[in-house]
Design a protein around this ligand. Sequence first.
Ligand SMILES: NC(=O)c1ccc[n+]([C@@H]2O[C@H](COP(=O)([O-])OP(=O)(O)OC[C@H]3O[C@@H](n4cnc5c(N)ncnc54)[C@H](O)[C@@H]3O)[C@@H](O)[C@H]2O)c1
Length: 432
Amino acid sequence: MKKSHAFEKIAVIGLGYVGLPLAVEFAKKNLKVIGVERNPIRVDSINRGKSYIGDVSDKTLSEIVEHGYLKASQSFDAIKGAEAIIICVPTPLTKNKTPNISYIVFVSKQIVPFLHKGELVVLESTTYPGTTEEVVLPILESSGLKAGKDFYLAFSPERVDPGNEGYHTGNIPKVVGGIDAKSTDLAAKLYKLIVPLVFKVSSPRAAEMTKLLENIFRLVNVALVDELAMFSEKININIWEVIEAAKTKPYGFMPFYPGPGIGGHCIPIDPFYLLWKAKEYDVDISFIELAGKINDAMPDYVVNKVSYALNSVKKAIKGSKILILGVAYKKDIGDTRESPALKIISKLLKWGGNVSYYDPFVPEIVIGRKTFKSFSSLSKDVLSSADCILILTDHSSIDYDFVLDNSNIVVDTRNAVKQKSSKLFKLGDGCD
Ligand SMILES: NC(=O)c1ccc[n+]([C@@H]2O[C@H](COP(=O)([O-])OP(=O)(O)OC[C@H]3O[C@@H](n4cnc5c(N)ncnc54)[C@H](O)[C@@H]3O)[C@@H](O)[C@H]2O)c1
């Protein structure tokens, strides 16, 4: 296929949930893509055409690797001569919930010796407003090249939603904001190669803030519905029924659902980047703090619910067999980062529970120093031998009628079980 653009070689740094699908999209357009990845197992896996990210199939990956459109490397030498570099490394929080941008800083420094005239650098890692201009720009300029004159710099948030069958990297609109008009235009031109719509904003800060607005919106709304779910239990209302009813309003309402707490690499983390930045201006963004507090409290609430459910059959958490269904942070994926299941299991263990789990996407998890292995399937015996089943992730492949029929007690935090039953204790459905 003939290439009709100025970008022929693109470097993507960090090949995880964000970077690998992005690299694949560019490679599918017959661009030469170099992926720099720190983890040697991942590098090897990509170069053998074996995907470790659910949204990228082995078939797609092996095709582009075989045709030479994608190659992974541990070495930054590989980025030499690229017309564009896209940074997709992690942006976690420290223990004290402050931003840890060390990955961005490290990678920016690694780019410096290879930076050349005309090159475009785009940061995709979610971060606080100002990172691109205040942190990345000065590091890149330490090369002696001038941003906006010799090289171009922009921020473009990633919006990928792992496991979403309708939306993926190739059809989600991109937002781009460069440090100047040329940087914005170049970044827009780059992404137009792989997505149908690119929306330009006036600065990297606006683009950085866009991503945070999207994630804060979700955090706050989920926390709101969690709080209403807990209240609904007190006055014997089924919040799930209420949400279904409210959803029929054709405008001004968007459904969010309660659960055991928010997980993943985005929603529980990103809003705290803004909170930290706001403190620099003596501003408290109380919505984020409040939503974070409610979210953090959900795992304890769930443990109390398990205790309440066991109490109904004269049992305690201590000594009871508790089988967890689903440990991933959301359904139909195997990602356990920040998953509330990890906190809930820790607490159940602390209270003397005898915990096991089943998750078709997560073969094993480590809690504290102990490794737990998933049951390979959900048989009648597995279900009936547990004192309590706790549904934390509503994976689609599980037959929840079968679960209820063969269990002693079920605590359902996801509205996965649709039948009514006296042995079912549902989050957000009256039981107090
Ligand atoms: N996962 C999501 O759904 C999602 C969605 C939108 C935005 N984001 C943001 O995108 C960024 C990346 O997230 P992710 O989920 O892809 O993370 P990830 O952990 O899945 O992937 C990051 C990759 O970067 C690699 N890496 C770390 N340091 C490196 C280095 N020095 N050189 C090369 N590679 C290095 C890691 O080994 C890993 O493979 C984060 O800022 C995140 O907040 C994530």
